[in-house]
Design a binder for this molecule. Sequence first.
Ligand SMILES: [Zn+2]
Ligand SMILES: [Zn+2]
Length: 137
Amino acid sequence: MVEFEQILKSRGYRLTNQRRVIVRELEGERHLSAEEIYDRVKGTHPDIGLSTVYRTLDLLHDLDIVRKEDFGEGYSRYELATERMHHHARCRECGRVIEFNEELMEYLALQVERETGFVTDWHEITLHGRCAACAAS
Ligand SMILES: [Zn+2]
Ligand SMILES: [Zn+2]
């Protein structure tokens, strides 16, 4: 939290209570949508509306405090940028998001470079399919 406070301060923003509450939710759980964050905080923080959540997430994203992810659901999910870089596999049946590590993607990018000469500087992939439990049933 101290870290976020410093990032905000260095850009001329304050760590308001609303911002603190939203960052704390993302510390507790990754890949939350704005609506999910709103649902979690509205009981204890009636001053935080859905539009505040959206506005705060946009700001935190602009400041590189949160990463925005698109799992093809028609809305974004968020996680803190301090999480180790990783990629996602999303179950289309139950919505579960599984994370897998970065090294596999780096290996793939190197293979592509070797074969085509294409130099990758950014990649973000989501695998779509069914999780182990759904695939077994
Ligand atoms: Zn599943
Ligand atoms: Zn993740």
